[in-house]
Design a protein around this ligand. Structure first.
Ligand code: HEM
Length: 237
């Protein structure tokens, strides 16, 4: 019989696979180009979404009881984000690297190095995600490393993504900047969803500074705003 621990890894793994293939489909629709490059973008985006979910589960379960059941998956989702992040870095440094493994570090150091640092942080968190490391470090230090490590990795990934894709993000924010065919649904590139998600997490986490009641309202309003913003981007702009 499968133990609960193993089941949790299986569920987190299935959830991750669903994200990677779901986002792959979105990227293919948005770019019109199926293949390794779209898979790479979906792996990168999945890493951001998985780690972001890990960071969101805390405040969401504090604000709304219905998210309590998901809290126990934080460790497994964090570990999955290391694997998706690792595969993204492997793809950009080897099969998808026209100028060799270090070409990007020379051409785009401001985004490539923070990306690499994020992967190193995720690796450290992965390496200590076991009983032996918890015992060796002590529960308090272990928890502090996990707590700050996840936040640092997320900030580095968000920075990496924004520096790399700032032109696309800005062009989607300005009405009239993206050419539209009337009557056609326009699918924003994945990075627009990612940028919205980063903003959502930032606002929800900061909202707790204003007390539980205000945080609940801010969370609901912000989530609705993101949905409306994406609807506007797809159908109305
Ligand atoms: C854990 C580490 C990393 C994470 C989570 C990560 C995440 C991301 C994200 C979210 C994007 C935007 C995807 C999109 O366009 O929707 C991206 C794009 C990209 N990243 Fe990373 N990244 C990491 C490390 C790196 C490293 C170390 C490099 C360079 C060696 C790198 C190179 C790239 C490139 C070239 C793109 C553009 C891909 C494309 O548009 O086809 N990343 N990454």
């Amino acid at each position: 019989m499968l133990t609960n621990d193993i089941l949790q890894y299986i569920y987190a793994g299935l959830f991750t696979i669903a994200w990677v293939f779901g986002l792959y489909e979105v990227e293919v629709i948005a770019s019109g180009e199926p293949g390794l490059s779209a898979l790479n973008v979906s792996l990168a985006a999945s890493t951001l979404f998985l780690l972001g979910t890990v960071l969101l589960l805390g405040p969401l379960s504090r604000l709304f009881n219905r998210f309590d059941w998901a809290l126990k998956y934080r460790k497994e989702l964090g570990i999955m984000s290391f694997f998706t992040g690792f595969t993204h870095v492997y793809l950009v440094m080897f099969p998808l690297a026209p100028n060799g493994p270090w070409g990007l570090y020379q051409a785009r150091p401001l985004s490539a190095y923070p990306g690499l640092e994020a992967l190193i942080v995720l690796f450290v968190l992965f390496a200590i995600s076991n009983r032996y490391a918890t015992l060796a470090l002590g529960a308090k230090l272990w928890w502090q490393i996990q707590y700050w490590g996840a936040r640092l990795a997320f900030a580095l990934i968000a920075f990496h993504m924004i520096v790399l894709k700032q032109k696309i993000i800005v062009s989607w924010l300005i009405p009239g900047n993206v050419p539209m065919t009337p009557g056609e649904v326009h699918y924003p590139p994945l990075v627009i969803w990612e940028a919205q998600f980063v903003l959502l997490i930032l606002v929800i986490r900061l909202s707790e500074l204003f007390g539980v009641k205000a945080a609940r309202i801010i969370t609901i309003v912000m989530s609705l705003s993101v949905v409306l913003m994406m609807a506007w981007a797809m159908f109305l702009r």
